[in-house]
Every structure is written in C-alpha cells, then in structure tokens.
Design a protein. Structure first.
Length: 434
C-alpha cells in the first residue's frame, strides 16, 4: 500500500511531496517525489501498464504538475506541466476513478468561477481522461458541475447502466467555499458527467448552541465541514454490498470558548472546528439517504481532524487516512464496510423494512456444496435468488438433491435471498445466507 502526502512545517510553504509505502511490516521512510517547493494536494493513480502518476500543485490551485514512476514508486521521473486551458488540472485532492471502459474521471476546480457573485472557490469540474491519455491534457473532457464550489469526489449509482462504456449515473459531493458554514452539496448526473443538476445538501439537524461553560468541550457534530471528502461505491462488479456507498469527511464540531468568557449575563461564545472525521453510508446514493455511522476523532495533537482520503483494497477493506493542522503525523484507520452496513441496518429499522421483506428469516446453510433448510427433503429441487441490500438480484442458484449448483464462484458475504420452490413452505420468505 502506498499513500502520498504534503510534508512540511507549514502548508504549501517550502514543502515536499512524499510517498509512504507499507509492504506488510509497517510504513517505510518516505520517498521524496517533489520539493522542497510550494506544493499542494498530491494524488496518485496507476495506468494499465503499471505506470504510477502523481499529480500535485506548485503554487495554489492553478499550476498543476505530475511525475511518473515505473518501479512502483521507488523512483520518479522529471516534473511535467499539465498544459491545459483554463488552468484546469486533474484529480485534485482525491484520487481519480475508472469507468468500465477504462476511461479515468476525476474532480478538478478552476481558478476563477464562471458565475458572477460567487465566492473564491472557482468552479467544480468533472474531468474525463480517455484511457492511455493521462499525459495528453488536450484530450480531456471538461464539464462544469457547479460554479462557486470546489472539489470533492464521486459516487457511482446503478453501475450496470452505462453510456458508451461510462457509468451513466454519478453523484458529485462538492466542497463549499473556504470557511463557509454551509453543508456539503450533492450534484447529480444521469448522462455520464455531461450535465449536472446541483444544490442538494445532506439534511442534518442544527448544531446545538453552547449552554454551559466547558473549556473546549465538544458539544456535538451535526453538520459536515467544508474540507475535502472522499467516497467509495462498494462492489461495482456485483456482490453482497452492491448498492452501498460510503463517504468520509471532516465534520464540524461545535465547542465553547474559554471558561473566562462565561458569565450569567453573557451567552457562551460558540466556535466551529473540523474536529472529527465522519463516516456516512447510504444504500441509494441519494443526498437525503445518508446516515452517520461513526466518528473518528484524535485529540491532543492539534485542533483539527481533516483532509481525509479513502480507498478500497482488493480484500474489500476500506483504508482511511487523515491529518490536521498542527498535527505531527498522518492518521491511518482500516475498517470493514460489511460491518458498517450491518450496524446501520440494525440501528435503522425504518430503512431496513423499506429494503427487506418483513417475513421471518430462515437460515440457509451451505457446506461442501450441500444446502440444508429446516424440514427440507433431499429430493426436492429448488432455486435460490440472492439479492443485495438495495433489493437487486445478483445471483441465482439451483439446488438438486441438496447439492448447490451455480454459474461461477459466489463471493462470501451477507445476502438477502428468496427460495423459489412450489413444494416448499419457504417460497414466500426471505433468508440470510452467510
């Protein structure tokens, strides 16, 4: 595993871009990719031939560069300018993703907004780079997502629906202007990123006002912060988590000012800080269907927890990194998305009932290709349809004389399943296969 980070005592001033590698025995000393210089926002991606690209900025947000490595990040080539129009780069702050046809797509921002009256964030841009064209910026497609907003990341909804080999339905999670008090905003595209419908916020309750005199107390986290966020759509190739989406973002934390500001006649001053990393999930990808699963907070090393990045490894686990101002190190967390889904389903009965049948579950056990059900006769043929948590059928099994037959391997996991048999009393029930 490899991560890249800005390295320096002060953000963007005389900093390095460093790469850290973990081959199973801990994190190695960093390889310096670039610097010292005024460096920002490094991201990585790996082309089909194994070449690793690292995109970053020298100077803030309008002078993107990249370097390449052909030996898994051990050494890096010369710095190359991204020579594009409108000062648009590629993959700012979050790693690029792949369409089914191999094309890359990423978020980027312009230096100046196209709409008058907007704040300093510029435009959030959808950028698509055709496969094998990462070095040819003139071939990149660019479509404005929302003017006056900045970069975030993408989610993929209904991955089986494509246009010319690209995911048809995308969600963009945008960052608001710096130091704003707004929540993150969603934008929707149903034509593979060509056009966008925007202005959808995650609905959170208001942050409560400070009502006592705790010194630096964390009163609650109820709205998302303005920092960059990272997102993952699970099991895009089909599996038990198909249809689930995970977002990590810096969450605004309300806290009270120092105790000497408190008095019986004066209200307690309230401040906001990016004090935690919030993890949210949804099984639709819609802005109004995300729920907060848990918070990651590290105290004592600085006032902020922010700038998260997230990837999913080949074993299905999610890997989260984040940092903060005045913090001496990068924080690294690993968690299992299946646990997130199970925990949320258990805590959200309304959503669970909407997505699942209310029938009593029956356990189906599979071992050595043998299938057993309560009261099942060995000579009874039946079929079992497996569904993901979004209610979409993903596999169909045939059972003859208690023996399982399936077209191809079925990933281990938790599914919702329906038994199809005219001779079984279980035909109208749902079962859980583990």
């Amino acid at each position: 595993m490899m991560i890249v980070s800005v390295m320096g005592a002060s953000e963007g001033e005389n900093t390095n871009i460093g790469l850290y590698r973990n081959e199973g025995s801990g994190w190695d000393d960093p390889v310096i990719i670039n610097g010292p210089a005024s460096s920002f926002d490094p991201t990585m991606l790996q082309a089909d031939d194994g070449t690793i690209f690292c995109f970053y900025y020298e100077g803030c947000c309008d002078d993107q560069k990249f370097r390449k490595s052909s030996d898994d990040g051990k050494t890096w080539g010369q710095q190359i300018d991204v020579n594009s129009n409108n000062d648009i780069g590629f993959s700012e702050q979050n790693n690029a993703k792949r369409h089914p046809n191999g094309d890359w797509f990423a978020m980027e921002s312009t230096k100046n907004p196209t709409s008058a009256g907007t704040a300093n964030a510029g435009d959030a841009i959808y950028v698509a780079a055709p496969v094998d064209q990462l070095e040819n910026s003139s071939s990149w497609e660019r479509h404005v997502i929302r003017s006056g907003w900045s970069t975030g990341d993408f989610l993929v909804v209904n991955p089986s629906e494509t246009i010319n080999g690209r995911y048809k339905n995308l969600r963009a999670i945008l960052r608001c202007d710096f130091n704003c008090e707004n929540q993150n905003s969603f934008a929707y595209s149903s034509d593979a990123g060509q056009t966008w419908d925007y202005g959808y916020d995650i609905p959170f309750s208001n942050i409560p006002a400070c009502n006592d005199c705790h010194v630096g107390s964390l009163e609650g986290v109820h709205a998302l912060g303005e920092t960059t966020r990272s997102s993952v759509s699970l099991d895009l190739d089909g599996g038990p988590l198909l249809g689930w989406h995970v977002i990590v973002t810096a969450a605004k934390t309300a806290y009270c000012a120092a105790i000497d500001a408190c008095s019986a006649s004066a209200p307690v001053p309230q401040k906001y800080q990016r004090g935690s990393i919030a993890v949210l999930i949804s099984n639709t990808g819609n802005h109004d269907d995300f729920s907060e699963v848990f918070l990651v907070r590290e105290t004592g090393t600085g006032p902020e927890n922010c700038d998260p990045g997230m990837i999913r490894s080949s074993d299905g686990l999610l890997h989260l990194t984040f940092t903060g101002r005045d913090a001496p190190s990068i924080r690294y967390v690993v968690f299992d998305p299946a646990v997130l889904v199970g925990a949320t389903s258990a805590k959200s009965p309304a959503r669970t009932q909407r997505k699942r049948s209310a029938n009593v579950p029956v356990m189906l056990s599979i071992g050595n290709d043998r299938v057993r059900l309560p009261g099942m006769k060995n000579n009874v043929p039946l079929a079992v349809a497996l569904y993901n948590y979004s209610g979409r059928e993903v596999y169909r099994l045939q059972v003859e004389n208690g023996r399982l037959e399936a077209d191809g391997a079925i990933p281990r996991g938790t599914y919702i399943a329906k038994i199809i048999s005219a001779e079984q009393m279980h035909s109208s029930r749902k079962i859980v296969l583990q």
